[in-house]
Design a protein around this ligand. Structure first.
Ligand code: F6R
Length: 243
Protein backbone atom coordinates (compact mmCIF):
# COMPACT_ATOMS: atom_id res chain seq x y z
CA UNK A 1 0.00 0.00 0.00
CA UNK A 2 1.39 3.33 -1.08
CA UNK A 3 0.27 6.35 0.98
CA UNK A 4 0.60 9.81 -0.54
CA UNK A 5 -0.09 12.86 1.65
CA UNK A 6 -0.88 16.02 -0.29
CA UNK A 7 -1.41 19.68 0.62
CA UNK A 8 -4.92 20.18 -0.71
CA UNK A 9 -8.04 18.33 -1.89
CA UNK A 10 -7.29 19.74 -5.38
CA UNK A 11 -4.02 17.82 -5.41
CA UNK A 12 -5.97 14.66 -4.58
CA UNK A 13 -7.83 15.32 -7.83
CA UNK A 14 -4.66 15.81 -9.85
CA UNK A 15 -2.92 12.66 -8.54
CA UNK A 16 -6.07 10.55 -8.75
CA UNK A 17 -6.71 11.68 -12.33
CA UNK A 18 -3.08 10.97 -13.20
CA UNK A 19 -3.51 7.38 -11.99
CA UNK A 20 -6.57 6.99 -14.21
CA UNK A 21 -4.77 8.62 -17.14
CA UNK A 22 -1.79 6.27 -16.72
CA UNK A 23 -4.14 3.28 -16.83
CA UNK A 24 -6.00 4.56 -19.90
CA UNK A 25 -2.76 5.44 -21.72
CA UNK A 26 -1.58 1.87 -21.26
CA UNK A 27 -5.01 0.42 -22.08
CA UNK A 28 -7.37 2.78 -23.97
CA UNK A 29 -10.38 0.49 -23.40
CA UNK A 30 -9.73 0.28 -19.65
CA UNK A 31 -12.48 -0.71 -17.23
CA UNK A 32 -12.95 2.07 -14.67
CA UNK A 33 -14.48 1.51 -11.23
CA UNK A 34 -16.44 4.61 -10.23
CA UNK A 35 -17.41 5.88 -6.77
CA UNK A 36 -19.93 8.53 -5.78
CA UNK A 37 -19.67 10.83 -2.76
CA UNK A 38 -17.68 14.03 -2.39
CA UNK A 39 -14.18 12.52 -2.31
CA UNK A 40 -13.79 11.59 -6.01
CA UNK A 41 -15.28 14.83 -7.38
CA UNK A 42 -11.90 16.54 -7.75
CA UNK A 43 -10.71 13.52 -9.77
CA UNK A 44 -13.70 13.70 -12.09
CA UNK A 45 -13.22 17.47 -12.51
CA UNK A 46 -9.55 16.99 -13.40
CA UNK A 47 -10.37 14.16 -15.83
CA UNK A 48 -12.94 16.46 -17.44
CA UNK A 49 -10.35 19.21 -17.74
CA UNK A 50 -7.87 16.85 -19.41
CA UNK A 51 -10.48 15.54 -21.84
CA UNK A 52 -11.58 19.10 -22.73
CA UNK A 53 -7.94 20.07 -23.27
CA UNK A 54 -7.45 17.13 -25.63
CA UNK A 55 -4.86 15.54 -23.31
CA UNK A 56 -6.91 12.40 -22.63
CA UNK A 57 -9.82 10.45 -24.06
CA UNK A 58 -12.05 7.98 -22.24
CA UNK A 59 -14.13 7.24 -25.34
CA UNK A 60 -13.26 3.53 -25.39
CA UNK A 61 -13.48 3.03 -21.61
CA UNK A 62 -16.21 1.25 -19.67
CA UNK A 63 -17.37 2.24 -16.18
CA UNK A 64 -18.86 0.21 -13.33
CA UNK A 65 -20.37 2.04 -10.37
CA UNK A 66 -19.76 0.73 -6.88
CA UNK A 67 -23.24 0.92 -5.48
CA UNK A 68 -26.81 2.17 -5.77
CA UNK A 69 -29.70 3.03 -3.51
CA UNK A 70 -32.71 0.72 -3.66
CA UNK A 71 -36.09 2.20 -4.48
CA UNK A 72 -35.28 5.68 -5.75
CA UNK A 73 -37.19 6.63 -8.91
CA UNK A 74 -35.15 6.51 -12.14
CA UNK A 75 -35.06 10.31 -12.40
CA UNK A 76 -34.14 10.99 -8.75
CA UNK A 77 -31.03 13.23 -8.68
CA UNK A 78 -29.45 11.13 -5.91
CA UNK A 79 -29.80 7.85 -7.76
CA UNK A 80 -26.10 7.02 -8.06
CA UNK A 81 -26.38 6.26 -11.78
CA UNK A 82 -27.63 9.85 -12.20
CA UNK A 83 -24.96 11.27 -9.90
CA UNK A 84 -22.22 9.57 -11.94
CA UNK A 85 -23.84 10.86 -15.13
CA UNK A 86 -23.77 14.45 -13.82
CA UNK A 87 -20.42 14.38 -12.05
CA UNK A 88 -18.38 12.23 -14.40
CA UNK A 89 -19.99 11.15 -17.68
CA UNK A 90 -21.06 14.62 -18.83
CA UNK A 91 -17.65 16.08 -17.95
CA UNK A 92 -15.71 13.55 -20.02
CA UNK A 93 -16.12 11.78 -23.34
CA UNK A 94 -16.93 8.34 -21.93
CA UNK A 95 -19.98 6.84 -23.67
CA UNK A 96 -22.93 6.90 -21.26
CA UNK A 97 -24.08 3.55 -22.70
CA UNK A 98 -20.84 2.03 -21.40
CA UNK A 99 -21.36 3.14 -17.79
CA UNK A 100 -23.15 0.60 -15.65
CA UNK A 101 -24.51 0.47 -12.13
CA UNK A 102 -26.37 -2.01 -9.98
CA UNK A 103 -30.13 -1.96 -10.70
CA UNK A 104 -31.75 -0.56 -7.57
CA UNK A 105 -35.21 -0.84 -9.12
CA UNK A 106 -34.99 -4.53 -10.02
CA UNK A 107 -37.94 -6.73 -9.04
CA UNK A 108 -35.48 -9.53 -8.27
CA UNK A 109 -32.60 -7.90 -6.38
CA UNK A 110 -30.49 -11.07 -5.83
CA UNK A 111 -30.70 -11.81 -9.58
CA UNK A 112 -29.69 -8.22 -10.36
CA UNK A 113 -26.70 -8.55 -8.00
CA UNK A 114 -25.57 -11.78 -9.66
CA UNK A 115 -26.00 -10.19 -13.11
CA UNK A 116 -23.86 -7.23 -12.05
CA UNK A 117 -21.05 -9.50 -10.86
CA UNK A 118 -21.22 -11.34 -14.20
CA UNK A 119 -21.13 -8.09 -16.16
CA UNK A 120 -17.93 -6.99 -14.40
CA UNK A 121 -16.32 -10.39 -14.96
CA UNK A 122 -17.44 -10.55 -18.61
CA UNK A 123 -15.92 -7.09 -19.21
CA UNK A 124 -12.58 -8.48 -18.00
CA UNK A 125 -12.57 -7.02 -14.47
CA UNK A 126 -11.89 -3.52 -13.20
CA UNK A 127 -8.49 -2.06 -14.18
CA UNK A 128 -8.58 0.91 -11.80
CA UNK A 129 -11.06 1.39 -8.97
CA UNK A 130 -11.61 4.82 -7.46
CA UNK A 131 -12.72 4.52 -3.83
CA UNK A 132 -13.75 6.82 -1.01
CA UNK A 133 -13.92 5.73 2.61
CA UNK A 134 -16.64 6.32 5.19
CA UNK A 135 -15.76 7.82 8.56
CA UNK A 136 -16.65 4.37 9.97
CA UNK A 137 -14.28 2.63 7.54
CA UNK A 138 -16.86 1.47 5.01
CA UNK A 139 -15.94 1.05 1.35
CA UNK A 140 -18.77 1.23 -1.16
CA UNK A 141 -21.71 0.46 1.15
CA UNK A 142 -19.91 -2.35 2.98
CA UNK A 143 -20.64 -1.17 6.48
CA UNK A 144 -18.77 -2.29 9.62
CA UNK A 145 -19.38 -6.01 10.13
CA UNK A 146 -19.59 -6.76 6.41
CA UNK A 147 -18.03 -10.03 5.37
CA UNK A 148 -14.60 -9.51 3.90
CA UNK A 149 -15.52 -12.26 1.40
CA UNK A 150 -18.75 -10.54 0.32
CA UNK A 151 -19.92 -10.11 -3.27
CA UNK A 152 -22.48 -7.71 -4.77
CA UNK A 153 -25.61 -7.88 -2.61
CA UNK A 154 -28.47 -6.10 -0.88
CA UNK A 155 -27.46 -4.24 2.29
CA UNK A 156 -29.18 -2.17 4.94
CA UNK A 157 -27.51 1.20 5.50
CA UNK A 158 -26.45 2.03 9.03
CA UNK A 159 -28.12 4.95 10.73
CA UNK A 160 -24.77 6.79 10.72
CA UNK A 161 -24.40 6.52 6.95
CA UNK A 162 -27.99 7.70 6.44
CA UNK A 163 -27.24 10.69 8.73
CA UNK A 164 -23.98 11.36 6.81
CA UNK A 165 -25.82 11.21 3.45
CA UNK A 166 -28.81 13.30 4.56
CA UNK A 167 -26.88 16.33 3.26
CA UNK A 168 -27.72 15.12 -0.24
CA UNK A 169 -31.44 14.81 0.64
CA UNK A 170 -32.18 18.35 1.92
CA UNK A 171 -30.88 17.30 5.37
CA UNK A 172 -33.85 14.95 5.74
CA UNK A 173 -32.53 11.65 7.09
CA UNK A 174 -35.93 10.01 6.57
CA UNK A 175 -35.62 10.69 2.83
CA UNK A 176 -32.39 8.64 2.62
CA UNK A 177 -33.18 5.10 1.44
CA UNK A 178 -32.77 2.31 3.98
CA UNK A 179 -31.42 -0.27 1.51
CA UNK A 180 -28.79 -0.33 -1.19
CA UNK A 181 -27.02 -2.69 -3.56
CA UNK A 182 -23.28 -2.63 -3.18
CA UNK A 183 -20.33 -4.39 -4.70
CA UNK A 184 -18.92 -6.68 -2.03
CA UNK A 185 -15.56 -6.34 -0.35
CA UNK A 186 -14.22 -9.31 -2.32
CA UNK A 187 -15.61 -7.83 -5.55
CA UNK A 188 -13.70 -4.61 -4.93
CA UNK A 189 -10.53 -6.54 -4.03
CA UNK A 190 -10.46 -8.00 -7.57
CA UNK A 191 -9.74 -4.61 -9.14
CA UNK A 192 -6.18 -4.55 -10.47
CA UNK A 193 -5.36 -1.11 -9.03
CA UNK A 194 -7.28 0.63 -6.26
CA UNK A 195 -6.97 4.38 -5.66
CA UNK A 196 -8.57 5.40 -2.35
CA UNK A 197 -8.96 9.11 -1.68
CA UNK A 198 -9.94 10.91 1.54
CA UNK A 199 -9.91 14.49 2.77
CA UNK A 200 -10.70 16.09 6.10
CA UNK A 201 -10.15 15.41 9.80
CA UNK A 202 -13.41 13.43 10.05
CA UNK A 203 -11.68 10.71 7.98
CA UNK A 204 -8.53 10.59 10.15
CA UNK A 205 -9.48 7.57 12.28
CA UNK A 206 -10.72 5.61 9.26
CA UNK A 207 -7.45 6.37 7.41
CA UNK A 208 -5.44 5.35 10.49
CA UNK A 209 -7.31 2.01 10.70
CA UNK A 210 -7.01 1.50 6.93
CA UNK A 211 -3.24 1.94 6.92
CA UNK A 212 -2.15 0.88 10.41
CA UNK A 213 -5.00 -1.00 12.06
CA UNK A 214 -5.52 -4.75 12.33
CA UNK A 215 -7.51 -6.25 9.47
CA UNK A 216 -11.08 -6.50 10.68
CA UNK A 217 -14.60 -6.67 9.28
CA UNK A 218 -15.40 -3.90 11.77
CA UNK A 219 -13.24 -1.58 9.58
CA UNK A 220 -13.92 -3.09 6.14
CA UNK A 221 -11.35 -0.89 4.37
CA UNK A 222 -8.54 -2.61 6.32
CA UNK A 223 -8.73 -5.59 3.94
CA UNK A 224 -7.05 -3.34 1.36
CA UNK A 225 -3.79 -4.02 3.26
CA UNK A 226 -3.91 -7.44 1.57
CA UNK A 227 -4.22 -6.00 -1.95
CA UNK A 228 -0.98 -5.84 -3.98
CA UNK A 229 -1.64 -2.50 -5.70
CA UNK A 230 -3.37 0.16 -3.59
CA UNK A 231 -2.65 3.90 -3.68
CA UNK A 232 -4.07 5.96 -0.80
CA UNK A 233 -4.15 9.71 -1.49
CA UNK A 234 -5.07 11.87 1.52
CA UNK A 235 -4.74 15.46 2.65
CA UNK A 236 -2.96 16.46 5.89
CA UNK A 237 -6.10 16.47 8.10
CA UNK A 238 -7.09 12.99 6.91
CA UNK A 239 -3.50 11.83 7.54
CA UNK A 240 -3.31 13.45 10.98
CA UNK A 241 -3.69 10.20 12.95
CA UNK A 242 -1.06 8.23 11.03
CA UNK A 243 1.92 7.23 13.17
C1 F6R B 1 -19.70 5.98 -2.81
C2 F6R B 1 -19.52 5.05 -1.70
C3 F6R B 1 -19.16 5.45 -0.32
C4 F6R B 1 -18.35 6.74 -0.21
C5 F6R B 1 -18.05 7.06 1.25
C6 F6R B 1 -17.33 8.38 1.40
O1 F6R B 1 -20.05 5.29 -4.00
O2 F6R B 1 -19.67 3.92 -1.96
O3 F6R B 1 -18.42 4.41 0.26
O4 F6R B 1 -17.16 6.60 -0.92
O5 F6R B 1 -19.26 7.10 1.97
O6 F6R B 1 -18.17 9.40 0.99
P1 F6R B 1 -17.63 10.88 0.80
O7 F6R B 1 -16.63 10.85 -0.28
O8 F6R B 1 -18.84 11.69 0.42
O9 F6R B 1 -17.06 11.28 2.11
Amino acid sequence: MEVVIVDSPEQIGVLGAQAVADTVTAKPDAILGLATGSSPLAIYDELGRRVAAGELTLKDCTGFNLDEYVGLPDDHPQRYRNVIEDEFVTKTDIDTANVHGPDGSAADIPAACAAYERAITDAGGVDIQILGIGSDGHIAFNEPGSSLASRTRLKTLTHQTRVDNARFFDDDVDAVPVHCITQGVATIMEARHIVLVAAGRHKAQAVHELVEGPISAMWPATILQMHPNVTVIVDEPAASRLQ
